[in-house]
Design a protein around this ligand. Structure first.
Ligand SMILES: C[S@@+](CC[C@H](N)C(=O)[O-])C[C@H]1O[C@@H](n2cnc3c(N)ncnc32)[C@H](O)[C@@H]1O
Length: 202
């Protein structure tokens, strides 16, 4: 006779998470003003494991156009980006700023982010002025925020975010993280620029 527990065990299908991950990245070219950027990305991505960071979002296109038209804003600045995805904003900004820290919470996204940073550190693409650094940062994670602030004790002049406020539930933690980063500098010494294009259907 088959016992209930055995039947339930048989019904559990163990699927490796990597089975659902598409990492067939293609090299794509983007132009912002006079700046051309080639990087690896996908054209579509899954929201199931929050792999949204595998592609370039409209918010990043908006922010990068703004940066390309206002490069003075970045000159001499230390910058941190939240939810960097494939890193297109950091790669463009590093051509004008002093230091740029790219962050994301998703390990799969961090892998492609690091590959794109290496691609841009290579000789053929070496028109960066600032060093690009990648750090893991889940919004609201005090340990990770402290770790970043230990490594960058004087804080940042600028916090950037592109297309990172599409999920209502994560907004309080996002703003708590921004507040902690803003507090390191005196009032008005650090700015937060958030780029977002609403996709809400009315
Ligand atoms: C829509 S994508 C935008 C990526 C990139 N900024 C762009 O505009 O192309 C959102 C990004 O935020 C990251 N993200 C989402 N929730 C997060 C969280 N709670 N903590 C840190 N990063 C998060 C995702 O991994 C993803 O890279």
């Amino acid at each position: 006779m088959e016992r209930k527990g055995e039947k339930e065990e048989e019904d559990i299908v163990c699927l490796d998470g990597s089975f659902f991950i598409n990492d067939n990245y293609q090299l794509a070219e983007f132009t912002f003003g006079s700046q051309v950027i080639k990087l690896l990305c996908l054209q579509s991505a899954s929201t199931d494991f929050d792999l949204t960071g595998q592609l370039v979002w409209p918010g990043a296109m908006l922010l990068n156009d703004y940066i390309a038209n206002n490069v003075k804003l970045l000159q001499g600045c230390s910058v941190i980006e939240l939810g960097s995805g494939v890193g297109i904003t950091g790669i463009l900004s590093s051509r004008f700023c002093h230091k740029f820290v790219l962050t994301d919470h998703n390990d799969e996204v961090i892998k492609i982010l690091k590959r794109n940073v290496e691609l841009h550190a290579s000789k053929e693409n070496h028109n960066s002025r600032a060093e690009l650094m990648v750090e893991k940062l889940e919004w609201g994670n005090s340990e990770q925020i402290c770790h970043i602030l230990e490594n960058h004790a004087s804080g940042f002049d600028l916090i950037l975010g592109a297309d990172i406020c599409f999920q209502q539930s994560s907004i309080p933690l996002l703003f708590r993280t921004v507040k902690k980063l803003l507090e390191v500098r005196g009032q008005g010494q650090c700015k937060f620029i958030l780029a977002y294009i609403s996709r809400a259907k009315c």
